[in-house]
Design a protein around this ligand. Structure first.
Ligand SMILES: *Cc1c(COP(=O)(O)O)cnc(C)c1O
Length: 417
């Protein structure tokens, strides 16, 4: 494929560049765990190169070192992110772990590489960063504190935008400026390259839980990191060889198969989410709706759409939220996001349950908060389902909640930031 096509064309054709030459129309799926090594000398040299982070070698040797179906998906995602490289892992958490361990490969002189991390962030990422397991010294900061807290020896700044589950947007170019040369890693899972390409705004690394929109059908667990920095890419592959948190070729095949529909899926779900956010704002049982505003200053520059996730708070608090999850008939009550079907979940009780309670509250994750990942169903059917479930939930609201008063405090997160 020649360079210079629009995003939608690249999404359809990336990873298929050699199909004509191969005489195939679907990606070859290679499930080999090991590969023949007829030439020992070449095999040894290949192993040596691959084990230290080379992307390719004359012999593949072993599928933990080099996997052609996975490499095909990596090439496609790198192209969509405008990056030189991508390195895929068994899950989003394996990808984030590899980024942190890569710091120890790249800065082996540091006793504990210093990392700044911004809250709120995905609950699992929060848990990993807070745990100390990877041997990094993680300091939690707000976006406003970055320029003050960054030190000459800070190795990485980690942030997520749109943030989970508040859907707040960070100004990437501001963050990169505040980082003063320190590499920035963005978890762009919620945006996908359809809506946001962080490397174009100065980020060094962009990470995805490919389990979400990239896989897109709720049948793959995978993660990927893209970068244009050769040393970072080599360190990320090196860590993958050592730790073995490899993406399975079947997962790579499914993710690659989902790339041609990525833009269509994200845009359709975004349209429906915009409509549903408006509907939710009109509901007396809903006290707040967090959905980016149509006149958000970053819309059209950093973010090319408002996205398909909505968080909202129920005036009836935890009881109403639990009742809503039980009452939905079409939406799937489940964690995860970016699937073909609409998923509804309770951040404080599920995705962010591992985050310490006071941090959760500080991040705005309330007991009455619900997160909706809007899927590809008819928006009218989704609205009817939410309307009937909200009606059920309203009857379980605790005494003393005042829906009429609550409706006047409906917020639109962008209005606050
Ligand atoms: C799901 C998710 C992760 C973790 O990915 P897994 O594939 O579940 O390991 C990380 N970041 C964000 C924003 C996510 O939504």
């Amino acid at each position: 494929m020649k360079m210079g096509y629009d995003f939608d064309t690249s999404a359809v054709h990336a990873g298929r560049e050699d199909f004509l030459e191969l005489g195939v129309h679907a990606a070859p799926l290679d499930l080999s765990s090991t590969y023949p090594i007829p030439d020992l000398e070449e095999g040894t040299a290949s192993l040596e190169a691959l084990a230290h982070g080379a992307a390719d070698a004359p012999q593949k040797v072993y599928s933990r070192l080099n996997q052609p179906t996975v490499a095909r998906f990596e090439g496609a995602l790198a192209k969509l992110e405008g990056a030189e490289h991508a390195v895929a892992y068994a899950s989003g958490m394996a990808a984030l772990t590899a980024v942190l361990l890569a710091l120890r490969v790249r800065h082996s002189e540091d006793a504990r590489p210093h990392v700044l991390a911004l809250r709120p962030i995905y609950g699992g990422s929060d848990h990993l960063l807070d745990h100390g397991l990877t041997g990094c010294e993680v300091e939690w900061v707000s976006a406003e504190e970055v320029s003050r807290k960054v030190r000459p020896e800070t190795r990485l700044i980690i942030a997520e935008t749109p943030a989970n589950p508040t859907l707040k947007w960070l100004d990437l170019e501001q963050l990169v400026a505040d980082a003063q040369g320190t590499p920035v890693m963005i978890d762009s899972t919620f945006a996908t390259p359809v809506l946001q390409t962080p490397i174009a705004h100065g980020a060094t690394l962009v990470m995805h839980s490919a389990t979400k929109f990239l896989g897109g059908h709720g049948d793959v667990l995978a993660g990927i990191v893209a970068t244009s920095n050769d040393e970072w890419a080599a360190a990320l592959r090196h860590v993958r060889v050592i730790t073995g948190a490899c993406m399975h070729p079947m997962a790579a095949y499914l993710c690659l198969r989902s790339m041609p529909t990525l833009a269509l899926r994200v845009r359709r779900a975004t349209e429906s989410a915009t409509e549903l956010a408006g509907f939710l704002m009109r509901q007396p049982a809903v006290s707040a709706v967090h959905y980016p505003k149509a006149d958000h200053p970053l819309l059209g520059s950093q973010m090319l759409g408002r996205g398909s996730l909505i968080s909202f708070e129920l005036a009836g608090g935890y009881e109403a939220a639990a009742a809503l999850m039980k009452a939905v008939q079409l939406c799937t009550p489940a964690v995860s996001l970016g699937s073909t079907d609409t998923l509804i979940q309770h951040p404080a009780g599920l995705t962010h349950h591992v985050v310490p309670e006071e941090e959760r509250v500080a991040a705005g994750i309330t007991a009455g908060m619900i997160r909706l990942s809007v899927g590809l169903e008819s928006v009218d059917d989704l609205q009817r389902d939410l309307a009937q479930a909200l009606a059920v939930a309203a009857t379980t609201a605790p005494m003393g909640s005042q829906p009429e008063a609550a409706s006047s405090s409906v917020v639109d997160q962008a209005a606050q930031s």
